[in-house]
Design a binder for this molecule. Structure first.
Ligand code: FAD
Length: 472
């Protein structure tokens, strides 16, 4: 092992957050190092192609209301590549028993925004519509200090009524987090709901105001898949520092005088005054176990969920369903199996291979299926078995892809905000450290980017371009 090499900064993790951190750090101080454990950049984000069509196997879009992703795309010259979902994909279906039914339309974060949406609910069930429309009159919770919390399940049942919560809001909102609605924190996962109630406003009023303010449609993506952003980020960040693949980090420790030592699995040691840990909280806890044990213990308290994805390329002639929606979501997830599906080739423009369609199934564990224990072949078979009656499939898929994301989804459970306050205080004891990426303050791509901007701000320096674009 040689002497430690001094570098201006080290970023650990080459997902979206790590790449953006390296790009920004390199603007003010080139010459740092980004270390990625695997043989590719992008982390959870990954685009493949099949027969000329793009296929996002991880995330396939971002929440439009969060400005950071679009701002970054514009900054990297990809502004013209940002695409909206195709018109048919504005519809979402619900899996109810063994059939698919349309979900109510005109919703923002599952809250109705138009009279038409309310009428749609009334056509489904008058009692449910009456209860939804009474939401502005519901007694408000006193949100007290910033540590007061409630589960998404309790919050939405209280405000929107049990049926709307169970049949519409919770399957979608808990599905976003692959989590349990009775464990997820409304304050951490959907802070806008808490802001509305704390300010004495109704959820219906807030949703209508957002629609009137012209808030962009629900999701956006890139024409060439989200891998396009990864490629652009790699190109921009490579100008800023040394981006290394297949170079995992073993651990990080303070070295005194505001400096840290980053130990690589290869035995190399880097000495620096700025370490960005962009691996997600679970791996972050492992890396910091020896150097910052109290912080590591705090991060270990964050539970993580797993995602199991199977994408099928199906001959169009073998699919009876028109796939005129973004996909479906199961109302009752308790049994496990296919809990959601995206009709990827219907959802985004230009993503349909000639003569074929892409359907992506999300499988989860439940009382009748253990997704963790299933082999790849079993996952693919189970998905196909469940999709066959739902989509009217005849004939086998031309190809399938199984992708597993074990313990990759941090769960912002009740108490998460208080836990993060403690984690931030512990992080502040290490002036060389910034924890960034998804899982600390939000779990989506936009949240991951925002955490980079906030995390790097602790070192001051020149303003970061993305922040200006994002909040102009
Ligand atoms: C199936 C799935 C679908 C999703 N869909 C969406 C969506 O549609 N929209 C949305 O906004 N969000 C979505 N998300 C969430 C989104 O993927 C994350 O918010 C985002 O990708 C997190 O990026 P990151 O850079 O923080 O972490 P990651 O992408 O997890 O990157 C962390 C990187 O660190 C590397 N690493 C780990 N250990 C080490 C080590 N010891 N040394 C060096 N490197 C290491 C990893 O290999 C990885 O490349 C989805 C997540 C999943 C799992």
């Amino acid at each position: 092992m040689g002497a430690p090499r001094e570098v201006p900064w080290v970023v650990i993790g080459g997902g979206i957050a790590g790449l953006e951190a390296a790009r920004l750090l390199g603007i003010s101080e080139p010459g740092g190092v980004l270390l990625e454990a695997t043989d590719r950049f992008g982390g959870i984000v990954r685009s493949d192609t099949w027969r000329g069509a793009v296929l996002d196997v991880g995330p396939d879009g971002w929440v439009a209301a969060k400005p950071q992703m679009r701002a970054l795309c514009i900054e990297l010259g990809l502004g013209a590549e940002v695409v909206e979902p195709q018109p048919a994909a504005k519809k979402l279906l619900a899996r109810v028993r063994n059939g698919l039914e349309p979900m109510p339309r005109g919703l923002k974060l599952t809250i109705p925004t138009t009279a038409r949406a309310a009428l749609g609910i009334a056509a489904r069930d008058k009692g449910m519509a009456r209860r939804v429309l009474l939401e502005p009159l519901v007694t408000r919770k006193n949100w007290g200090d910033s540590h007061t919390d409630e589960s998404i399940g309790d919050f939405l049942r209280r405000r929107m009524g049990a049926r709307w919560a169970r049949e519409v809001s919770l399957p979608i909102l808990a599905g976003i987090h692959s989590g349990d609605p009775d464990e997820l924190s409304v304050r951490a996962a959907f802070p806008q709901f808490v802001e509305a109630e704390a300010a004495g406003r109704s959820l219906l009023g807030q949703a209508v105001a957002r629609r009137r303010a012209g808030e962009a449609g629900t999701f956006l993506s890139l024409r060439g898949g989200l891998g396009q952003l990864v490629n652009a980020l790699v190109e921009a960040a490579a100008a800023a520092g040394d981006l290394r693949l297949n170079d995992p980090v073993r651990g990080v420790e303070g070295a005194g005088a505001g400096r840290a030592r980053v130990e690589l699995l290869s035995g190399e040691i880097l000495d620096t005054s700025r370490v960005v840990v962009a691996t997600g909280p679970r791996v972050g806890a492992q890396l910091l176990g020896a150097g910052a044990p109290a912080l590591a213990a705090k991060l270990e308290e964050i539970p993580h969920g797993s995602a199991h994805v199977v994408i099928y390329a199906l001959a169009e002639k073998h699919v009876a369903h028109t796939l005129d929606a973004s996909g479906f979501i199961a109302i009752d997830r308790r049994a496990g199996g296919v809990v959601a599906a995206s009709f990827l080739s219907s959802k985004w423009p230009g993503r349909k291979p000639e003569g074929f369609v892409f359907v992506r199934a999300f499988l989860a564990s439940g009382t009748h299926f253990d997704a963790n224990a299933a082999t790849d072949a079993e996952l693919a078979a189970r998905g196909l078995e469940e999709l066959t009656p739902l989509l009217g499939l005849s004939g086998n898929p031309e190809k399938d892809w199984v992708r597993r994301f074990p313990r990759a989804t941090p769960q912002p459970v009740v108490g998460h905000i208080a836990r993060m306050y403690s984690a931030r205080a512990l992080q502040d004891q290490h002036p060389w450290l910034a924890l960034v990426g998804a899982g600390y303050s939000g779990v989506g791509l936009g949240d991951a980017l925002r955490s980079v901007h906030e995390g790097l701000a602790r070192w001051g320096g020149p303003p970061f371009p993305s922040i200006h674009v994002a909040f102009r």
